[in-house]
Design a protein around this ligand. Structure first.
Ligand code: SAH
Length: 337
């Protein structure tokens, strides 16, 4: 394993000329440590109602122009059931911070979904220790929550009313409870420096993540950051590649935001260190309304279409679809009681 110094990380992140070599090096590390299998996670976007007001996010509370929706528990379970029947071995249930999904409601959903023989990831933001513990005991295996940035001043500017320390504390609770821990950052945020991205990578390594996603920030027209630059696909790809070199055996998704900036974005990512893809299995109109950023791909497609489309893309570059749950080190964590 390569121990990159902070200076070396900064140098690689800045090295636009040698991007192809950096991605190639990450691709070799990926092949050596986690092999050719690409693990698929079916993503269900079950509510876009959110109590937070993050400046970058299209489903922020203050965006009154967005159409809000919330799946009923039955609808969510039904969507999960169909995705499991389609062959997905991991489901990711993501939403805004919608408190309709109380501890009790969530646990009832988790218990049913876990009967479908899937690893279950939750991505529903900041909750109490008691909630995280109850979700875990109900059967949730993994939790995904990006730290977004480790530049605390920037974080507090972008996420008003939220606390960086609290988000970090949540990640620590999640880890302590024995979940597989997923996190990550956005790249290309206003005022975000290369140095701070290097610190983000060192942070992710330090806290011992099992998975991390790197997404390019894409300005949303109905948010205060509508005129920001964003769209830095190359920097996001380099960040992801450097992360693979630093953390050779973790799970790294080719993120949807990358494909939203370039029709081959996820393939570029899979060839530069990524080994996971999260096809959208949300149905109907909901896909369109879960608009974190504009230009989101596949909003008119069906789950089955997305599954076969990404399957073909993966095979076209000589990779295989992962079998099993595809956990970090091939293990599905045991539930602690
Ligand atoms: N409420 C959950 C899910 C958040 S949405 C949570 O707090 O974890 C999932 C991710 O989308 C966010 O963590 C953020 O990194 C990303 N995101 C939000 N707005 C974005 C934008 N404008 N461009 C790119 N990514 C964005």
């Amino acid at each position: 394993m390569e121990e990159l110094s902070r200076d070396e990380i900064i140098r690689l992140l800045s090295d636009e000329q040698n991007q192809a070599e950096i991605l190639k090096r990450a691709d070799e590390v990926r092949r050596q440590y986690v092999g050719d299998a690409v693990h698929l996670r079916g993503l269900i976007e079950f509510s876009n109602i959110c109590r937070n007001n993050c400046l970058y996010c299209g489903i922020r509370r203050g965006n009154t122009a967005t159409h809000r929706y919330r799946m009923s528990p039955e609808e969510l379970i039904d969507t999960a059931h169909k995705a499991a029947d389609m062959g997905f071995k991991t489901l990711v249930m993501q939403s805004g911070e919608d408190m309709y999904f109380s501890q009790k409601v969530m646990c009832e959903i988790i218990e049913v979904v876990k009967k479908f023989d899937v690893a279950l990831t939750l991505s529903i933001g900041e909750r109490s220790y008691e909630d995280y513990k109850a979700f875990r005991e109900a059967g949730a295996d993994r939790y995904l929550m990006r730290i977004e940035t480790t530049d605390k001043d920037l974080y507090h500017k972008l996420d008003p009313d939220m606390s960086w320390q609290h988000r970090h504390d949540c990640l620590m609770m999640i880890k302590e409870l024995g979940y597989e821990l997923g996190s990550g950052i956005m790249v290309g945020l206003p005022e975000q420096s290369i140095e701070s991205i290097a610190d983000d990578l060192l942070y992710l390594k330090e806290i011992g993540i099992d998975m991390a996603g790197i997404g390019p920030f894409i300005p949303h027209p109905q948010t205060p950051l509508k005129d920001a630059k964003g769209g830095q696909l190359d920097l996001a790809l380099r960040t992801m590649a450097v992360m693979r070199i630093m953390m050779p055996d973790i799970n790294i998704p080719a993120t949807t935001a990358m494909e939203s900036l370039h029709p081959q974005g996820r393939i570029m990512a899979l060839k530069g260190g990524a080994n996971v893809v999260m096809p959208n299995v949300t149905e109907g109109e909901y896909r369109r309304f879960y608009e974190l950023y504009p230009g989101k791909i596949c909003v008119d497609d069906t789950p089955l279409h997305c599954r076969s489309c990404i399957g073909m893309k993966i095979m076209s570059i000589g990779r295989t679809i992962g079998e099993g749950y595809g956990g970090h080190n091939g293990k599905l964590p045991q539930i602690k009681k």
